[in-house]
Structure formats: C-alpha cells, structure tokens
Design a protein around this ligand. Structure first.
Ligand code: HEM
Length: 507
C-alpha cells in the first residue's frame, strides 16, 4: 500500500515538473496564473465563458494565454489582433481544435465546421460558397419574404406561443427550405427539421469538454476505437444523423414557387466539379443547417429583447417603415430606402453576438506574433464579444445604437475597406461564416416585417408592473448564447394586418 502511494506521488511530481517545464518553454503571451496540471480549468465557469475571458482581457490585454490542462488557448480580444492573427495569418490559423470525442467519434470527420483545413474541408467550403455567395443568396429572398410574412402571421394568430418558438420556427424554416426545398415549416404541428435539432442538442451536451473523458485523457482513444460498446452512443448518433441528412437530401427538389433551386440541388448537380461524394454532400448540407439555424434564432431573440429595451429605436424604425411602405408590408425591393432596418440588424449582431467566442481556430504551424511564439496545435479564441466592445472602434459600445452604422444623412456607412467591422459576429479569416449574406437577408426581412406589423411591449402583471427581462440575462448551449426566455406583447399596428400578411405569403 505504502509503495503504491509512493509510486503515485513520484508520478505526480514527475507530471508537475514536466508540465511546468513544458509551459515555461513556450514563448506565449502572458495570462492568468493557473494550477500545475490543471492550468486555469478551475477558474472557468461552467457557462458563459466569454464573461471570464472578457475580465481576463481587461487584465492581460488583447492577446493573452490561458491553459486547460496542458492545452494552451490564446485569446484575440481586440479588432486589430483578431485581424492580424486570424485574417492576416489565416494560412496558419485556420484549423480547428482536435476535439476527439466530437470530431472523431460523433462526426467521424464529416462535419465541415469541425474539419481542419483539409482537402475535404476545401471542397465542402467551395460548395457552400457557390450556393451562398451574395448573388446566389438573392435567389432565396422570395422564400425569406414569404417566411417573414408567415412568422408575423404566426405571432398575430398565436400569441400564446412564446416569441422564441416563433423565431426558432422561422430560422429553421428558411434554412431548411433553402437547402432542401418544400413548404414553410408549419406554425403548429409537425416540423420536418425537428429531428436534426434534437440530435444537435444532444451532441452539444455530450461533447462539452467537461463531459468528454477522452479529450481529458487522449490515451483512452485506442481503447474506445477497439471496444464497440464504449462508442455505442456516438455510433448511434452518427447513424441517426446520417440517415436523417440522407432522407432530407433525397427528397430535396427544385422549389416550384420560384426559379430558385435548392442548395442541395445545386451541390448535387455539381458533385463532380466540387469533388464530393454523395455522403460528403449530405454532410455539407447538414453542416450548413446546423450552423445556420440556432445562430439566426439567437440573433432574432436578441433583436426582440433590444426592441423591448429601446422603444426609441423601435419608433425610429417604424417612422422609416411608415414613410416608405405606408400600410403595405415591406419587401426586399424597399431595402435601399430602409437603411435603419439594416443598421438594426448590424447593431443586434454587434451588441449581442450569438457566438461571443466565435468558433475556435487552431494553429496548423508554429508562428510568431508581437515577439511571441504560438506553437502548432495551440487553440486560438476569436473573442468576438470583446472585439465588438473595442473602444477604438465603437464609442459607448454597451449602448444599443443602430445609428453608429449610418452616416449623417441616414444612409448606411460603407464598410472600411479591407475590414469587416460591420460583420465581426461572423468570425474571421478563411473560416469566416459562409452563410452571412443569407443570415443578414433573413434577419433584415424578419425584422422589417415584425417592426412594421407590431409595437413591442413588456407584459404587465396583476399589479400593473412590467414583467421584464434584463439585457444581460443569458444562457448558453456550449457555443451559442441566447437571452433567457422573455415575454413580449405584440400590439398590431394596422387593422387589416392579417389580410395583408396572407397576401404577403402568396406574393
Ligand atoms: C446570425 C446568424 C449567423 C451567425 C452569427 C454566424 C456566425 C458564424 C461564426 C462566428 C462562424 C465561425 C467563423 C470562424 O471560425 O471564424 C460561423 C461559421 C459557419 N457558418 Fe455561420 N453564422 C450565422 C448564420 C449562418 C447561416 C445561415 C449559415 C448557412 C446557411 C451558416 C453557415 C456556417 C458554416 C458552414 C460555418 C463553418 C465555416 C467553416 O468552418 O469553414 N451560418 N458562423
């Protein structure tokens, strides 16, 4: 017994010495001191990591390091550092972290979002870009406008259903229809994309670093590879997702309501050109669905919260909508004359980014920055939350102020060339979100419709007190942050609203 205890103590001391030597030999930017072996693990909260990382940014500057075990994480917290490291050096900063459980066991290296910059990633990315570039995305505006009318009709007809469920349906519906075709997801009843959502929720929870034994102890990997029983959950998950993705892929058809084809149709007719197998194409489509739905849903929830907290902004938007559209519903053709709505969308994505820490990047080679050496395999955090509060760029960053994106005559300011300051919420470099134009179009038309149709108000309780939700009351499901549930009373602004919305859906 004694010799076992001595043996364990010697092993621990050896590990601590090795850990200290290993960490000292890195020339990484400084950061919060941590414990031997564990690094800063115990200082990180279970949820909303971005808050702790923001505090550290204030203490250690815009480029700092923290450790989880023996894995270093460098954080890019200012616009300049993110642009230098993630855009300027994207040739070596565009891999993803080696999350063994998620990537190897659950996704079996088929999910575009979590692939390194491999040949398969390049092919999937090209396919996504072909279908989602600014020009192609315009083909989906008809679906998006119909779905925005349907969203608004749903909010009018079913006030008993919470706001977040309405915007979630909308976000899933637009992306599912763009990918796979078909009709809008119904307001009530069966949602054909529900199964994917459930599977996605499941994987998010199971693959959190704190729930993954194999990521903490990678030496377990060969054992799990060999023993089928140990990977049963992951195998079952992959089979279920693969089956669902293939089913949707196979029934995808050219939408009959416009000249627009579906993204799946587009990829499928170019399989050879893109160099993808059908299995890979199924997963490219699934990746777009998974990346696009929850993010758009979260952004629209933050939009609702912003309108409740800022009635002045809502009223300014409504004056512009009334001047341009009068009593008829807004359309994409009105967009030029509705810069304030686009500014609200940009400000929502800046004020409360759905992915406050983006998606993690990883160094594929050693590189130097500001005299520090970042080794291959280091995780690089795109701290979007801090960047969108960078006081060199945004004055009063905590204030929700769409006019920061407008010039003196109320037109949208052109973006500073070579930057994406008005789109920081979509990440950086070669991994920047390929669905950003689609997402912004969906948000533009949904926000325009909701603002045109309704006055947003807090509900009141039996003592006539407003039932509110704070601007900082949030929760996260691994990476995506959303406001906690809130109630909203939507007061129709027109008498014949329902009629107008029904007309918008058939337009
Ligand atoms: C408001 C909505 C959205 C937000 C805030 C958002 C944000 C992001 C961010 C921050 C990233 C990570 C970029 C990086 O690694 O630097 C990303 C990646 C991605 N997004 Fe989006 N996104 C949104 C909507 C969409 C939509 C609608 C689609 C598809 C139609 C989409 C498809 C993707 C894909 C496929 C990736 C992975 C790219 C890669 O790893 O190469 N996103 N998104």
């Amino acid at each position: 017994m004694l010799s076992l205890a001595v043996g364990i103590s010697i092993l621990l001391v050896a590990l601590v010495v090795r850990d200290a030597y290993y960490k000292r030999n890195y020339r990484l930017p400084p950061g919060p001191p941590g414990l031997p072996l564990l690094g800063n693990l115990l200082q990180l909260p279970r949820k909303l990591w971005y808050r702790k990382l923001t505090i550290w940014s204030e203490q250690y500057g815009p480029f700092y390091t923290f450790w989880i075990g023996s894995q270093p994480y460098v954080v890019c917290s200012s616009v300049k550092v993110a642009a230098d490291v993630l855009d300027g050096m994207s040739a070596v900063t565009s891999d993803r972290p080696a999350l063994i459980k998620a990537r190897e066991f659950y996704f079996r290296e088929s999910m575009m979002i979590w692939l390194d910059r491999t040949l398969l990633w390049r092919r999937m990315r090209r396919a996504a870009h072909t279908s989602l570039n600014v020009r192609f995305t315009l083909r989906f505006t008809q679906i998006q406008a119909q779905d925005a009318a349907y969203l608004t009709l749903g909010l009018l007809q079913h006030p008993e259903k919470p706001f977040h469920e309405h915007v979630r349906r909308f976000s899933g519906s637009v992306i599912a229809r763009a990918l796979y075709g078909g009709d809008a997801v119904p307001l009530l009843g069966l949602d054909p994309s529900k199964r994917i959502e459930q599977l996605m929720d499941e994987v998010m929870q199971k693959c959190l670093p704190q729930n993954s034994m194999v990521d903490m102890m990678p030496f377990l990997k060969p054992l799990i590879q060999r023993v089928k029983r140990l990977r049963k959950q992951a195998d079952d998950w992959f089979e279920a997702m693969d089956q669902e993705g293939s089913r949707l892929y196979d029934i995808a058809f050219v939408t009959d309501s416009s000249e627009a084809t579906t993204i799946v149709h587009d990829i499928n007719t170019r399989l050879q050109k893109h160099g993808l197998t059908k299995h890979e194409a199924v997963w490219a489509a699934l990746s777009m669905f998974m990346a696009g739905q929850e993010t758009t849903h979260s952004a629209l929830r933050f939009f609702g919260l912003a309108m409740l907290h800022h009635p002045d902004v809502m009223e300014t938007a409504q004056s512009q909508l009334d001047a341009v559209c009068g009593g008829r519903a807004p359309t994409f053709q009105d967009r030029e004359c509705l810069p304030y709505i686009d500014a609200i969308v940009k400000e929502t994505l800046r004020w409360r980014p759905a992915l406050p820490l983006g998606l993690p990047h990883t160094a594929s080679e050693d590189f130097e920055y500001q005299g520090y050496v970042i080794r291959k395999g280091t995780t690089i955090i795109d701290h979007i939350w801090s960047q969108t509060r960078d006081s060199f760029i945004y004055s009063n960053p905590e204030v929700f102020d769409p006019s920061r994106f407008l010039d003196n005559s109320g037109r949208l300011r052109p973006n500073t060339p070579g930057t994406h300051l008005d789109q920081l919420g979509f990440g950086h470099g070669r991994r920047v979100c390929p669905g950003r134009d689609f997402a912004i179009d969906s948000m533009f038309i949904a926000c325009a419709y909701m603002l045109w149709a309704f006055r947003f108000e807090w509900p009141v309780d039996e003592y006539c007190r407003s039932v509110t939700r704070g601007m900082d009351d949030m929760w996260d499901s691994a990476l995506i942050v959303t406001p906690k549930r809130f109630q909203v009373v939507l007061k129709a602004r027109f008498e014949r609203l329902e009629e107008q919305l029904l007309a918008g859906m058939t337009a």
